[in-house]
Ligand binder design. Structure first.
Ligand code: CA
Length: 216
C-alpha cells in the first residue's frame, strides 16, 4: 500500500513517515501543498495524509482540487480542534480527520481503516482458501500455521487480496507497492510473486500473461 504524507513540520513528517514504513507501507512525502497536490494527482495512492496548514497552498485547497479528479482516501491532519474545521473537512470530501497532537498508534489504525474503506473491504481479516491475512498485525497464516513474509511480499499479497477477483496490472502493482525512494533492485515483482507462491501455494496467485496478476 502506498501512502502520501503532506506535512511541512520536518520532525512530524519524519516521524509519521517512519511509523508508516515500519508498518510496511511505501511512503512518499511532500512539504508543501503544491508539491502534495502534484504527487496526489500523479500517483494512484491508497491514502493521502494531508495537513491543513501548509505553505504555498493550504490543505483545503489541495483537497478541493484533488476531489475534482480523484477519490483517493484522504485523512486531514488539523491542529485546530474546532467543530467548524471538522465540518469543513468532511464537507470538502475528506474521509477522516485527526487532530494534532495525535498518537501514532491511532494514526496507523485510521490509515488502515481508510484503506479498507477505499478497497471496500469491511473486515480487517481476509481469508483466501487456506490462507488468512490479519491486516492489523500484518500476519499471514496458512492452514493455521504462521508464514513469514518479507515486507514487500506482504504488501504485494495484501494489495492483490484487497483487489481479489480483479486483474491487477503490473504497473498498478508497481505504483501501489513501491515508493519514490525504492531503488530498482527491489522492484523485482516476479521474484516476490514467485516467493509468495513458494510460501503460500502455487494456486493462490494467477498470472495473466502480459497483463498482470489475479487472486480469484
Ligand atoms: Ca502545518
Amino acid at each position: 500500500m502506498r501512502v502520501l504524507v503532506v506535512e511541512d513540520e520536518p520532525d512530524l513528517l519524519a516521524g509519521v513517515v517512519r511509523a508508516l514504513r515500519t508498518q510496511g507501507y511505501s511512503v512518499d512525502s511532500a512539504a508543501d501543498g503544491e508539491e502534495g497536490l502534484f504527487k496526489a494527482e500523479s500517483v494512484d495512492y491508497d491514502a493521502v495524509l494531508l495537513d491543513v496548514m501548509l505553505p504555498v497552498r493550504d490543505g483545503w485547497s489541495v483537497l478541493e482540487a484533488l476531489r475534482r479528479k480523484k477519490k483517493t482516501p484522504v485523512l486531514m491532519l488539523t491542529a485546530r480542534d474546532r467543530p467548524v474545521d471538522k465540518v469543513r473537512g468532511l464537507d470538502s470530501g475528506a474521509d477522516d480527520y485527526l487532530v494534532k497532537p495525535f498518537d501514532l498508534g491511532e494514526l496507523l489504525a485510521r490509515v488502515r481503516a481508510l484503506i479498507r474503506r477505499g478497497a471496500q473491504e469491511p473486515s480487517p481479516e481476509i481469508t483466501l482458501g487456506d490462507v488468512r491475512i490479519e491486516q492489523a498485525a500484518r500476519r499471514v497464516t496458512r492452514l493455521g500455521a504462521p508464514v513469514t513474509l518479507t515486507a514487500k511480499e506482504y504488501t504485494i499479497l495484501e494489495y492483490l487480496a484487497l483487489n481479489r477477483g480483479r486483474l491487477v496490472t503490473r504497473s498498478a502493482l508497481y505504483e501501489h507497492v513501491f515508493d519514490e525512494n525504492d531503488d530498482s533492485f527491489s522492484n523485482l515483482i516476479d521474484v516476490h510473486i514467485s516467493n509468495l507462491r513458494k510460501k503460500l501455494g502455487h494456486g493462490l496467485i494467477a498470472t495473466r500473461r502480459g497483463l498482470g496478476y489475479c487472486i480469484e
